[in-house]
Ligand binder design. Structure first.
Ligand code: PEP
Length: 255
């Protein structure tokens, strides 16, 4: 069996200002100072990235991510931020295809695909978010939806880039609702995602790729979810806004 390093990411969404970054990190780093062997990614808003980048410059334990970017390289795209601009601030990860971007900002599978290619070109690791709505799940279409999202998004990626992509399984009905998928429900879907990756590439890549679970992860349910062998980490929204709660989730990844 492949040993995959757990990866825990904090998606702050449109919360916490630049001046709140230092007190947050002070508490979080203190709470997690003895933690080793887990990748931690902080994903603040664009305006908080410079401060986080400055404070984390000499800290190899926490990497920086961004919540969005443009797949265009540069030019007349008012209001957009390019991958090169993120690299310049030492951003190593980027969320792609988060359900809020798909639903509220019209991010299509085609755009998601373009963003994945662009992120890899700039050596920024994409965290590809996929997940079904409650209605799709009730209609028995959850796997079909995931398969489609994965196949369109990951088409044409080299095997190397595929292995270096993080997948976040985020059932939409669990995001921000307090209604978490059970460890068994999440594991079944993670196992299915690995099957799709195997079909797109081969078994070794499907064993190598890391799949996070996201959807109302809290300190109370993290341990149970993270002990499942197919769940390689968590993408945390609401609970990551509290540095102590996020630290507890990171600790839970240690078993
Ligand atoms: C998310 O938005 O990626 C997320 C998982 O949010 P929450 O943890 O609040 O459900």
């Amino acid at each position: 069996m492949y040993l995959r390093k757990k990866i825990i990411a904090a998606n702050w969404k449109m919360n916490l200002t630049s001046s709140e970054v230092a007190p947050y990190l002070e508490t979080f780093l203190l709470e997690t100072k003895h933690i080793e062997g887990v990748d931690v990614v902080l994903i603040p808003s664009f305006t908080s990235i410079p401060k986080a980048s400055e404070l984390l410059e000499k800290n190899p334990k926490v990497r920086l991510g961004a919540q969005n970017f443009s797949f265009h390289e540069k030019g007349a795209f008012t209001g957009e931020v390019s991958a090169g601009m993120l690299r310049d601030l030492f951003v190593r990860y980027v969320l792609v295809g988060h359900s809020e971007r798909r639903e509220l900002f019209g991010e299509t599978d085609h755009i998601v695909h373009q963003k994945l290619l662009t992120a890899h070109r700039h050596e920024i690791r994409p965290i590809l978010c996929v997940g079904e709505t409650l209605e799709e799940r009730k209609n028995g279409k959850a796997k079909q939806v995931l398969e489609h999202q994965l196949k369109v998004a990951l088409a044409d990626l080299s095997h190397e880039d595929l292995a270096d992509t993080i997948i976040a399984y985020e059932p939409i009905w669990a995001i921000g609702t307090g209604c978490t998928a059970t460890a068994a429900e999440a594991s079944e879907m993670h196992h299915f995602i690995r099957e799709v990756i195997k079909e797109l590439a081969h078994k070794e890549i499907s064993q190598k790729i890391r799949i996070q679970y996201g959807g109302s992860v809290t300190p109370a349910n993290a341990r149970e979810l993270l002990k499942s062998p197919d769940i390689d980490g968590a993408l945390v929204g609401g609970a990551s806004l509290d540095p102590r709660a996020f630290a507890e989730i990171v600790k839970a990844s240690q078993g």
